[in-house]
Design a protein around this ligand. Structure first.
Ligand code: HEC
Ligand code: HEC
Length: 297
């Protein structure tokens, strides 16, 4: 907040609080022509008369109390423009304190796990219980609570990997994140070309397709440059996360329609990096947990 804005907020806040006080005093005043406190006002309805009764004292004191509370609060805590409050409290500070406490408490546990190689850690029951909890907190929103994935988010339990399933590769994925990019090939292939290549791609996993289309598609798979990323045998390339097209695992859907859409418009996938966010030790444990999902069977 700029200094000017800060003074503006301070003035508004204080004026409002004093206005509350003033309002109470003002409404308590007996004006000319009004009856005194405790007397009848002279208003009468069907014989019922109105008294000019004061607010019950406890009620009035509650009003005063809220005013005093507001003032004390604003002296101690941040609330008046840029003034930080005498206690120096802040929500960010409180959060950092809590993180520090948690790190002091759990840090040594993660550090102990961090010294154990991933395949060994994957067999440690206690470690995997901790890993499961971390996964539930940080990963399930994309990969699902059973890590089974959904369309556009890979299954982590099937031992079929976009980027490689060795302990090192899994850890690298979680630490640094991944960006999968399938370029849009519609403009290069044209509609007919997409039909043909899609037929060829589907034939690779043993699906029934028009053999003529597939044959034409096979040519284009080479000439359009699909092989550059997916390989001559279409088995993919883990260095860039190009999927194996000969199996029945599909990242972006298995229907003819979604395959054609992938080829025409391309796809972009983003797996966020967790290095700065979680730190190496937790990522190590998570990598072991992910590893365990397809190796502890
Ligand atoms: C915002 C969504 C999102 C979150 C959160 C997320 N992931 Fe991912 N993850 C993805 C996507 C999308 C991919 C596929 C990336 C690609 O195709 O390039 C992926 C890929 C992966 C892979 C590589 C799979 C393979 O076949 O090589 C691993 C391992 C993985 N994630 C683990 C995790 C773990 C562990 C966490 C929690 C710390 C996590 N992910 C959190 C979206 C997410
Ligand atoms: C520049 C490298 C590159 C080229 C060229 C390329 N692809 Fe891809 N392709 C990828 C990557 C990377 C992905 C995974 C995208 C992701 O992570 O979301 C992918 C995904 C796909 C998928 C989806 C697979 C699934 O499991 O859902 C299909 C189908 C596909 N490509 C077919 C093709 C065809 C056919 C061509 C040629 C016309 C082609 N690709 C050209 C890199 C490429």
């Amino acid at each position: 907040m700029t200094t000017l804005a800060s003074y503006w907020v301070i003035a508004l806040t204080l004026v409002n609080i004093f206005a509350c006080y003033w309002l109470i005093k003002w409404t308590m005043k007996v004006r000319e022509g009004e009856s005194a406190v405790g007397e009848v006002t002279g208003h009468a309805w069907d014989g019922l008369q109105e008294y000019n009764n004061p607010l019950p004292r406890w009620w009035l004191w509650l009003f005063y109390f809220t005013i005093v509370f507001a003032l004390v609060y604003l002296v101690l805590y941040p609330g008046l423009g840029n003034f930080k409050g005498m206690l120096g409290w802040s929500s960010a500070g409180q959060y950092m304190d809590e993180v520090k406490t948690a790190d002091a408490k759990y840090g040594p546990i993660f550090a102990r796990f961090a010294g154990t190689p991933i395949p060994e850690l994957a067999k440690d029951k206690q470690a995997m219980e901790a890993g499961r909890r971390l996964f539930a907190t940080y990963c399930t929103q994309c990969h699902g609570s059973d890590a089974g994935g959904t369309t556009h988010f890979p299954n982590l339990t099937d031992n079929d990997w976009l980027y490689g399933g060795t302990p090192e590769k899994i850890k690298e994925t979680i630490l640094n994140g991944r960006n999968g990019l399938m370029p849009p090939m519609g403009p290069v292939l044209g509609e007919q070309g997409v039909e043909e290549v899609a037929a060829y791609v589907m034939s690779l996993s043993g699906r029934e397709v028009d053999p003529k289309l597939a044959e034409a598609g096979k040519q284009k798979f080479v000439s359009a440059g699909c092989v550059g990323c997916h390989g001559m045998d279409a088995k993919g390339n883990q260095a860039i996360g190009a999927p194996n097209l000969t199996d029945t695992t599909w990242l972006h859907g298995s229907t003819a329609r979604s395959i054609k859409e992938t080829i025409t418009k391309g796809r972009k996938s983003h797996m966020p990096a967790h290095k700065d966010f979680l730190g190496e030790d937790k990522v190590h444990l998570l990598a072991a947990y992910v590893y365990s999902l397809s190796h502890n069977k």
